[in-house]
Design a binder for this molecule. Structure first.
Ligand code: ADP
Length: 251
């Protein structure tokens, strides 16, 4: 389980995240929602070690600030929102996910290579594995970084807007892969902007507003408390799914 206990982040003169507490178990997906500037990215940066925070973040009962860099990287894989464009092949980028296990040499073992190829296949990137990351589309690059995160094979994955700028088919495949990680027993924390995507995959929703967590609970509670309308101004439409069951979508 990952637990945030009263986590606050101050950047410059601003309290960007204030006293946020929530937890995500293995085998669960927590989606962080909130308007732009509400502190979602900063919250993820606290755990991925780029932002200094107060309070406590625990992973499987251990304070992450006490973990060494490699141990932390092997426990939690993170995919940032703003991605660089390194002049390396997609395959090489994906293999960087194995870094915590390769030692200082960075030399991939046969097992590291096998995992890299499995992930390339699983993410549908095999056909562009030789292409350079700085010469592929924005959507392909996002998928390649997503694959790098999966290649880590860590029990917790954190993805900041992994579906941003992806077409419908690729966004759907990313959400399916997150669901697969959950089914395999990983804990997933992801920022999404699409309420319907969030309601589809989330076990828990954390709603951020001006640096505060204003809601943490199940998608059902999120809807019952009318947050889609009160916070995002979205109206609810009732429809019938292909299985004949009543469903709600928000627009
Ligand atoms: P979100 O991901 O919800 O869009 P962010 O976490 O990126 O929000 O930003 C939250 C707030 O923190 C914003 O008001 C932003 O301007 C501010 N902020 C982000 N990075 C910095 C920084 N390095 N220094 C000062 N303020 C920052």
């Amino acid at each position: 389980m990952i637990q945030f206990n009263n986590v606050s982040v101050r950047l410059g003169r601003q309290n960007v995240v204030e006293n946020v507490s929530f937890c995500v178990d293995r085998g669960e997906i927590c989606v962080i929602l909130g308007k732009n500037g509400s502190g979602k990215t900063t919250l993820l940066k606290a755990i991925s070690s780029n932002a200094p925070y107060t309070g406590c973040i625990m992973a499987d009962g251990r304070d992450i600030s006490a973990l060494g860099r490699r141990e932390r990287a092997a426990t939690i894989a993170f995919m940032a929102q703003n991605l660089p464009s390194p002049p390396v092949s997609v395959e090489r980028l994906v293999s960087f996910g194995r870094r915590p296990y390769t030692g200082i040499s960075g030399i991939l073992s046969p097992e590291d290579k096998l995992i890299t190829h499995q992930v390339l296949r699983q993410t549908g990137l095999e056909h562009i594995s030789e292409k350079r990351v700085d010469r592929i589309s924005g959507g392909e690059k996002r998928k390649a970084f997503f694959a790098m995160m999966l290649c880590r094979q860590s029990p917790y994955i954190l993805a900041d807007e992994p579906t941003a700028n992806l077409d419908v088919i690729h966004a759907k495949s990313i959400l399916e892969m997150l669901a697969e990680r959950k089914a395999a027993g990983d804990g997933v924390i992801t920022v999404l902007h699409d309420i319907n995507q969030a309601l589809e995959i989330a076990d828990k929703i954390l709603l951020m507003d001006s640096g505060h967590a204003v809601f943490f609970g199940s998608p059902r509670q999120f809807c019952e408390k009318n947050f889609p309308f009160s916070h995002f101004g979205m109206e609810r439409l009732e429809c019938t799914g292909s299985d004949g069951k009543k469903q709600f979508i928000y627009r």
